[in-house]
Structure formats: C-alpha cells, structure tokens
Design a protein around this ligand. Sequence first.
Ligand code: ZN
Length: 258
Amino acid sequence: MANRIRSTGTRAVILRRRDYGDADRIVTTYTPSLGKQEFIAKGIRKTSSRKAGHLELFTHSALQVADARTWPIITEAATIESFRTLRTNLATIGAANYIAELIDRFTEANDENQPLWELLLLALRELDQAADDDAAPRRALLLRWFELHLLGLTGFQPQLFHCLSCGEALEPVQNFLSLSDGGLYCPACATGNRDLEALDPDVLKVLRYLQREPWPAVYQLSVRPAIMLRMENVLHRYLLTILEYRLRSTDFLHHVQG
Ligand SMILES: [Zn+2]
C-alpha cells in the first residue's frame, strides 16, 4: 500500500454527538485507555449508513479508527452493549445524560483512567436494570454514589472523615462544610468562619458510606428522602464549585498562553 494509515482499535462509550458538514457527525467518547476522545463518523447521517446504530448516545461499542489530520475517522463500529432498556424511560435517559455529561466535563483527552471507565459502564448497566418507575430511589442512590466515586477518581474527593484544619477524626455531631475547601471542619475549628454550612451527622454518615463502599454494598440501602435531598443538594453545589474552578483555570491558561 502506498499510503499507509495508522489504525487503532478501542472500546468506547458515546458521551455526546454533534452534526458536522452535510452528513458527518463528531462523536465525543470515553475510552478505557485513551481517556476522552473525539472521532468523526463520516456519512453517518445518510440513511444508508451502517454505522449509525452502533454510535447512538450511551452505546458501548468496539471501534476501529484511522488517523487523520483533524479528527480520527471511525472506519468500523460494532455494538457491545446497547443499553436498550435504559432508553425506554425518560427518567433513565435523563440520568444517563447526566452521567455522560459529568464524565465529559471531568476528563481530558489521552488521560487513561481505567477505574473511571469501569465506573461509567457500571452506572449505565445499573440504569439499564433500574428503568422501572418504581426504581426511582435506587436511581437516585446510584447518582449520588456515582458522583462521589467520580470525584474520588478525578482527584476531587471531599474530605469527610477528618477536620480540614486540626486533622482530628470528625465526631458524630453537627460538623461544618466548606464546598470551596472540599471538606469539613470540626465545631471548634469552625468557630468564626462564616463561609461554612452546618451538616447533620445522619447526612454525613450516608455520604461517608457511599464514598467508601462499592455499589453492591450500597444499592439496597434505604435512605430517608430528606437525607437524599440534602446529599443531592450538597453534591450538586460541590460539583458546580469544581467545574467553575476548572473553567476559570482553563480560561486563565488560555489567557496566559494566548
Ligand atoms: Zn478541627
């Protein structure tokens, strides 16, 4: 062959897709050994495309990609897991979208993170199993567990066991949370610090359990709705705090480099 093109095989989960040109699509994927990767699927929006079904959102596929000047081109695609049940319920579609967006926002290209890849697949498989309407509490628990483990695997694990200031083990009393510091202060160290919010011991107990335990130890847990709501609220604001910080540091880097 005169013009040898390097070709690579990888497994991938489709996180995001956008149209490009008349018939192409750019797909953002997460892969086990290449981190986040963007590929181009040529001609995929034509009705004759045989690849389209293998590159639906959330699909776990085996891809063959060829190097190109802009995006690597997907030359072959085969579905490994389609997560078909997940797609039958708007609530599970929404949850899968949320998981895909978090993976997208917290990861970089060429940054291998095998445990994060396993976490993504586990979450999608669980959503596929929990697509009934009465599985809503299990889905909520899965999302909170996913958030805590994503934070741990990307270097943003909140400190839930020791005081950020004195380092003492936190007692089962009301402690004080700082989202910007990524953890808790004991009552003594919290005195006089106005940017803290009180966190009840029963909420902290469940957060710790979710952070520490694998999913098989968590999924049958029954958590009071008030605690679930408080955890959701705290974790969402913590995720936003980190994303805003990341956004600012990226802007700063561009500014410096530009
Ligand atoms: Zn302290």
